[in-house]
Design a binder for this molecule. Structure first.
Ligand SMILES: Cc1cc2nc3c(=O)[nH]c(=O)nc-3n(C[C@H](O)[C@H](O)[C@H](O)COP(=O)(O)OP(=O)(O)OC[C@H]3O[C@@H](n4cnc5c(N)ncnc54)[C@H](O)[C@@H]3O)c2cc1C
Ligand SMILES: NC(=O)c1ccc[n+]([C@@H]2O[C@H](COP(=O)([O-])OP(=O)(O)OC[C@H]3O[C@@H](n4cnc5c(N)ncnc54)[C@H](O)[C@@H]3O)[C@@H](O)[C@H]2O)c1
Length: 411
């Protein structure tokens, strides 16, 4: 065990920065060292595919803390610094320059990285991914210069980038392997709402598309060749085909890794002095009775509160209902709950789906597993109560906007 008692956090993004904040808020007075391989101080990623990409949000607004916050809270922020290995027995981490830092407790908040396409032409200039602030700036510049782009993947990144491209008056062809956008998360009933939304905004969406090759002209991406032989010409290709959790350090250190770093409901890994939070953590969830890895902002915001307290020896568990949101064109929505792909047997709508002002509920055996409010606000607490209730809901009342949701949740 090292003598300096340092609490070391690897990954200086939302989860890492929030963990440092929580340690100080809990009164921890020892050394806190926050190490990140990006050169920017911790920032939030949601604006990178929305306001910041659209040019409506300033750069200053994306950061988790003001520049002085780290000094003021005696947090030793080391940017541009990659951790290359962990030695759990020695209780230290090694940095890229070979130096070592000892820890009493370690938090892994290493997040995730875009999954890259493995296709001919995938590494050409003009093939763009969206994870970091520099990526967002590059895509914004592309939208200003380009007249047509191809977006591969109709998940969250692909759809938000598509909406931003259309707002910049760029022609967008959207290529998705599945039969609808967001199909795995939402199922066909609600995925159709997003398909309609994008086609109404002039997107040339092609579902069930097989991408065979990124073609080149003049050494740059010039379009996409589909498996059926069709060629879609483009000035740039934006790829959002999912992410992979950054588990390499944990794996090499012998920690249990399965779809992320496996942690208990206190966010403790298989090593008692190492914790994990945010995108990288596959956490036991007491409410859901299973491990889940959540790739969303609210999880990276809230898990670190629990991780920090658990690191300090407090008896806490993370059991918040998973939550995320999106903004695309004039559609804003929030989603609370968790449904495994195909894990529901009924979808109940409340409100006007055609006008895109509604709440959708996913149920199994009459129980609400998740709810999504679309352009309907201030219902999130009631939806989370319904998810937490864990008993069959009155379907008639659930579907009837005249019955307050709080009443349905209490029934
Ligand atoms: C463009 C975009 C838009 C999004 N929009 C939304 C949204 O609208 N709503 C929503 O709910 N979610 C959204 N998300 C998801 C959300 O941003 C993530 O869930 C969140 O960023 C996860 O935070 P994290 O701190 O766990 O990981 P990350 O943000 O991935 O940060 C991990 C950090 O650790 C660093 N790191 C990794 N390995 C090492 C190492 N060995 N040494 C040092 N540093 C290391 C990484 O470089 C990175 O800086 C969006 C994501 C993106 C990319
Ligand atoms: N609003 C939000 O919550 C939000 C916004 C942006 C990003 N994010 C997060 O960022 C991460 C990355 O988002 P993402 O959109 O890349 O991942 P995703 O998993 O949401 O979607 C990936 C999509 O790409 C499709 N796909 C995969 N391979 C393909 C191929 N070869 N050709 C065509 N389509 C293919 C998949 O079928 C899927 O629809 C996710 O964790 C997501 O939760 C969240």
């Amino acid at each position: 065990m090292n003598e300096n008692g340092a609490y070391v956090i690897v990954g200086a993004s939302l989860a890492g920065a929030k963990a440092a904040e929580a340690l100080r808020a809990q009164g921890f007075a020892g050394p806190v060292i926050l190490i990140g391989d990006e050169t920017e101080r911790p920032y939030e990623r949601p604006p990178l595919s929305k306001g910041y990409l659209l040019g409506s949000e300033e750069r200053d607004s994306i950061y988790v803390h003001a520049p002085d916050w780290y000094d003021e809270h005696d947090v030793d922020l080391r940017l541009g610094t990659a951790v290359t290995s962990i030695d759990p027995a020695a209780h230290d981490v090694t940095l890229a320059d070979g130096s070592r830092i000892g820890y009493a407790r370690l938090l892994l908040a290493t997040g995730s990285s875009p999954r890259h396409l493995q296709l001919p032409g995938a590494d050409l200039p003009g093939v763009l991914y969206l994870r970091r602030v520099g990526d967002s700036e590059q895509i914004r510049a592309t939208f200003q210069a380009a007249s047509r782009v191809v977006v591969i993947g109709a998940g969250w990144i692909g759809l938000e980038a598509t909406a931003a491209g259309r707002a910049a008056n760029v022609e967008v062809t959207l290529l998705e392997a599945a039969d609808l956008p967001l199909l795995r998360v939402l199922g066909p009933e609600v995925a159709q709402v997003f398909a309609d939304l994008h086609s109404e905004h002039g997107v040339d969406a092609r579902y069930g598309a097989g991408v065979a090759e990124i073609t080149a002209a003049g050494g740059r991406a010039s379009g996409v060749l589909l498996a059926d032989g069709t060629h879609v010409a483009a000035d740039a290709v934006i790829v959002g085909v999912g992410i992979r959790p950054n588990t390499q350090l944990a794996e090499a250190a012998g920690l249990e890794v399965r779809n992320g770093i496996v942690v208990d409901s206190q966010l403790r890994t298989s090593d008692p002095d190492i914790f994990a939070a945010g995108d990288v953590a596959n956490a036991a969830h007491p409410l859901l009775g299973t491990h889940i890895r959540v790739e969303h902002w609210a999880n990276a915001l809230n898990q670190p509160q629990v991780a920090a307290r658990a690191m300090l020896g407090q008896d806490v568990t993370y059991d918040r209902v998973p939550y995320f949101y999106t903004d695309q064109y004039d559609l804003g929505m929030e989603y609370s709950g968790y449904v495994e792909p195909g894990g529901y047997d009924q979808v109940v709508f409340r409100g006007d789906v055609g006008k895109r002002e509604f709440i959708a509920f996913w149920l199994r055996s009459g129980r609400v597993l998740a709810g999504m409010n679309v352009n309907v606000w201030d219902v999130n607490d009631a939806i989370q109560d319904l998810v937490r209730a864990g008993r069959p809901a009155d379907i008639g009342k659930l579907a009837d906007p005249a019955v307050p949701l709080e009443e349905v949740a209490r029934a």
